[in-house]
Design a protein around this ligand. Sequence first.
Ligand code: SOE
Length: 379
Amino acid sequence: MIGYQFMGKAHSHAYRDIPFFFSTKAKPILKALCGRNKEAVEEAAETMGWESVETDWRELIKRDDIDVIDIVTPNHTHAEIAIAAAKAGKHIITEKPLALTVEEAKEMKEAVEQHQVIHMICHNYRFVPAIQYTKQLIDQGRLGKIFHFRANYLQDFIIDPNFPLIWRLKKEVSGSGSLGDIGAHSIDLARFLVGEMDEVVAMTETFIKERPLGEMSGGLKAEANSQELGEVTVDDAVAFMVRFDSGTFGTFEATRFATGNRNRNTFEINGEKGSVRWDMENMNHLDVYFTDDEKGTQGFRRVLCTEEEHPYAEAYWPAGHIIGYEHTFIHLLYEFCESIINKKQAKPDFHDGYQNQLILDAIQKSATHKRWEKIPKAD
Ligand code: SOE
């Protein structure tokens, strides 16, 4: 694995728990952790249980005792590492968004296809049992024709103007702001649940245009280390409307300025036969409404998605004993390992990452030119 911060922790923990909870031939061995700072990477390897360390990702990729490369570094490094890893015949999982640009994303998709390695992108929220169950309800026609997909992804961790200019606020490192960091998750959920998108119109805003220089200090915390100011070159907030191929009407908002909302990833879907509502801050709950429920007592009811009918839930505890954020990574990486063992590509993969990137790009173009943009389809 290359990188060892917030996502590094989530992935390391997940690999260790896969064989503990799931009956699988996959026994991930945490061979080597890679980072540029030797002392820091050694400490992280010790804490997270990695056998060895490397300080140059090129050396890591050369090693023949490694089958899988896991990329949890900032976005501008994904393409170069993934393409080199594919050439070396390694299976690849990368954090989202896939790349900085559509061109890079396309090259990455072509590299993994050409070298026939298994590839996945880490859109972990797909793997919440309540969301997998929502997908089943939609596929079974329980909601009927879908009229609306309405998503909000709200955070507030950069609201303080003294919060520094971390890599996530620099276009050349992150590609975009709230859009690619959290909006990309809502786009992935929408594509998973409702299908492909046809056209989009968007607006973006950067509320705080300059910030003191500084670095991340763990999780989503950061400290300014200078009085000097630098320019914020990404969006702080984005809103967009989408027309899906199916005619579904989509409305989305992604912002890091929603005061009081720490990680409020939500959606509501309205169909001709019913609706569902989901909110990450109560991720085990799904609110459902069906038009054929008995009149009089009809209304949204809250289902706790910890029953054996809810995908992945049975692997853990008896019904009613809830799971959390870290489990979404266990499920995703379990599918990745199974995919390698069974030589069968799992989703979401680099094709999904590329399509997501085409949508991010169309959103940015729409916001810049203040007009509707057609969304191209990944080939
Ligand atoms: C920060 O906004 C962040 O950690 C994202 O990078 C993750 O993808 C999201 O799941 C939680 O918030």
